[in-house]
Design a protein around this ligand. Structure first.
Ligand code: S3P
Length: 168
């Protein structure tokens, strides 16, 4: 296993903001798989979904993990909310380092993302229902992939940071 720290969890759980702070605090560089894919494709995630479809995006996520296994060492890696769902990615995540699951409630996600337009999967008539459905399907997957689980909905940013620092 490599010495990276990987943040997983549902959209809006705080992977990116926690990752940025961890990267600063631990003096490690940070990689975000969504940003990595956007840079490589020179397109936004929404445009990738529109143009190539979700399945193509999922293949890009696996390709990203495979490349990170070759290149990433001592980094903070934040991954897209749906990335752990693909069976093949479980092994790749484990190989990449310590996996931390930021667990959040559907209501928190809804409040944080109700005005957001950058998540194609939530551009539906009833986003809360969609969040609940997706989360129910994904929660066991996140749990199976995780080395550490942190329930973040009720925690302050500092408390989240302290729990992560204690776990790694
Ligand atoms: C997705 C989560 C997004 C992004 C894409 C699909 C998902 O990343 O990869 O919109 O399937 O949950 P964030 O979790 O960073 O929002």
């Amino acid at each position: 296993m490599k010495d990276n720290i990987i943040l997983i969890g549902f959209m809006g759980c705080g992977k990116t903001s926690v990752g940025v702070r961890l990267s600063y605090q631990m003096r490690r560089t940070m990689i975000d798989t969504d940003k990595w894919i956007e840079n490589k494709q020179k397109m936004t995630i929404s445009d990738i979904f529109d143009t190539y479809g979700e399945e193509a995006f999922r293949r890009m996520e696996t390709e990203c993990l495979k490349e990170l296994i070759q290149t990433a060492e001592r980094q903070i890696i934040s991954v897209g909310g749906g990335l752990p769902v693909r069976e093949e990615n479980h092994r790749l995540l484990k190989e990449l380092g310590k996996v931390i699951y930021l667990k959040v409630t559907p209501e928190t996600v809804y409040l944080r993302l109700k005005e957001d337009t950058s998540r194609p999967l939530l551009q539906v008539e009833d986003p809360l229902k969609q969040i609940c459905t997706l989360m129910q399907k994904r929660a066991p997957v996140y749990e199976a992939c995780a080395d550490v689980i942190i329930e973040v909905s009720e925690l302050s940013f500092d408390e989240i940071m302290n729990q992560i620092m204690a776990a790694v």
